[in-house]
Design a binder for this molecule. Structure first.
Ligand code: SF4
Length: 66
């Protein structure tokens, strides 16, 4: 799959890599993203330390004290 064919809706949007992303503002973008399933699978495996991935802010609340 070429990323050019299925671009991420957040491409180039720095709000998605902030330490404290604004979920209410970003969630609609993820809900309309055509690579959301792949993004969610990546985030579930990689457990990013920051950012907003597939509709969820990382770290996940259950991981914040690790
Ligand atoms: S689902 Fe993933 S790739 Fe798509 S807009 Fe959200 S964070 Fe970006």
């Amino acid at each position: 799959m070429a990323l050019e064919q299925f671009p991420a809706a957040c491409a180039g949007d720095n709000r998605f890599t902030e330490d404290h992303p604004r979920a209410a503002e970003l969630l609609p973008v993820c809900l309309g993203c055509n690579v959301r399933a792949a993004c969610a699978a990546f985030a579930a495996a990689a457990r990013p330390e920051v950012g907003f991935w597939a509709g969820a802010a990382y770290p996940l609340p259950s991981e914040e004290t690790r």
